[in-house]
Design a protein around this ligand. Structure first.
Ligand SMILES: [Zn+2]
Length: 131
């Protein structure tokens, strides 16, 4: 695993960082950068879901637990049963489609350390298929 440091704000590595564009100097190790950006990732995905289902109809949340992956769960308003929206690898920020409730499928659909938080291929139903 790489020990690269990432800017908590723009998601670039210390080596890639443009100090003029982003004046933040708060660098964290990769895994912590993933956690720092996870809630914003979920918020952006929620906007994608809202645009399709309507605001407040289908809600995303982060399931605590898993050491290797954060599980993002989608629940219809008023329901306790949910389904997996996607997984995020805590080690490197890869966004992964679910293979089951417990495990992601192989092949990253994006990365939350990217400038757009890796949402380019997110859909109202979860991570899009690889093309
Ligand atoms: Zn930055």
């Amino acid at each position: 695993m790489s020990t690269a440091l990432w800017c908590r704000r723009c998601g670039k590595t210390e080596a890639q960082h443009d100090d003029f564009e982003c004046q933040n100097e708060d660098y964290v190790p990769a895994q912590n950068a993933v956690l720092a950006r996870l809630l914003e990732f979920v918020a952006r995905c929620q906007s994608i879901v809202d645009a399709s289902y309507g605001a407040g109809k289908r809600l995303l949340s982060v399931d605590p637990g898993g050491k290797r992956y954060a599980r993002i769960v989608a629940r219809d308003s008023g329901h306790t049963q949910g389904s997996v929206y996607c997984f995020v690898a805590l080690e490197n920020g890869d966004v992964l489609k679910s293979a089951s409730w417990k495990a992601p499928a192989k092949g990253a659909r994006g990365n939350i350390l990217d400038a757009d938080y890796g949402v380019a291929r997110m859909t109202p139903y979860g991570a899009g298929y690889n093309r």
